[in-house]
Design a protein around this ligand. Structure first.
Ligand code: ADP
Length: 233
């Protein structure tokens, strides 16, 4: 569904990604691991169109989207939950969900779309008028997921959903991703640094080091010791 082919990306003169190639098949959870600063967020930003690559291609459902602007990629079905969640803390739960539909076509902007998200995330339905910034960390993450899922993306990019989350809530997030995986309606590219978390939800894993993919394999086949070395500071 998503194919990144030989992608190289630089900030000015500083090359950050070199010849990255990866695939996300439909309905699968693919994890990208690597320590801080290796280029994981840069790759996600290149996939959604915020950064322009120096070389290489991004294909989505067989179409070359390398030069397409972000809004076209979103419309084609790529959803994104940024690091730090990116919800609007001073808006209510309900208003945040509506913001997720802001760029949608009038056809997509329906009461049913909002209701579906409340059905998927019942904790959000308890008090839709609650100001988002006062929700617990886990609920804020649910809201961020719901805001991205409301447009029914076919691919969801998640940038470190466990970052800054209390350990007790990490399991909730794992359950959320496992729920997505069980439904197989949306492919997920998950950036994650916790190996156990990644292995608990992913079908396939890539490991990145200094902007290049250095290891990959089925989550079930991965040599954990090798990956731990790459993740060690
Ligand atoms: P990760 O997500 O793996 O932590 P990033 O993709 O955020 O890594 O960053 C990769 C490298 O690019 C780092 O060395 C970082 O300092 C650098 N970098 C990130 N954003 C910018 C930017 N806007 N301008 C210049 N360098 C950047």
């Amino acid at each position: 569904m998503l194919t990144v082919h030989d992608l190289s990306v630089a900030y000015g003169e500083s090359m950050v990604l070199s010849q990255v190639t990866m695939d996300v098949p439909p309905g699968q959870v693919v994890c990208l691991m690597g320590r801080n600063g290796v280029g994981k967020t840069t790759l996600l930003k290149s996939i959604i169109g915020l950064l322009r690559p120096r070389a290489g291609r991004v294909y989505f459902h067989g179409n070359d989207i390398t030069r397409r602007p972000p809004h076209e990629r979103a419309r084609a079905g790529i959803g994104y939950v940024p690091q730090g969640r990116g919800i609007f803390p001073y808006l209510t739960v309900h208003e945040n969900l509506l913001m997720g539909l802001e760029a949608a076509s009038p056809k997509e902007r329906t009461v049913e779309a909002v209701d579906e998200m409340y059905a998927l995330f019942p904790a959000l339905k308890v008090n839709p008028r609650k100001v988002a910034g006062t929700l617990s960390g886990g609920q804020q993450q649910q809201l961020a997921f719901a805001r991205a899922l409301i447009r029914k993306p076919r691919l969801l990019l998640l940038d470190e959903p466990t970052e800054g989350i209390q350990p007790s809530i990490v399991q909730e997030i794992q359950d959320l991703i496992q729920g997505l995986r069980a439904r197989r309606e949306v492919g997920v590219l998950l950036v994650e640094q916790f190996l156990d978390f990644a292995l608990g939800v992913a079908d396939y894993c890539y490991v990145m080091e200094k902007g290049a993919i250095v290891s990959e394999g089925l989550a079930s086949d991965l040599n954990e010791d090798v990956v731990r070395e790459y993740l060690a500071v």
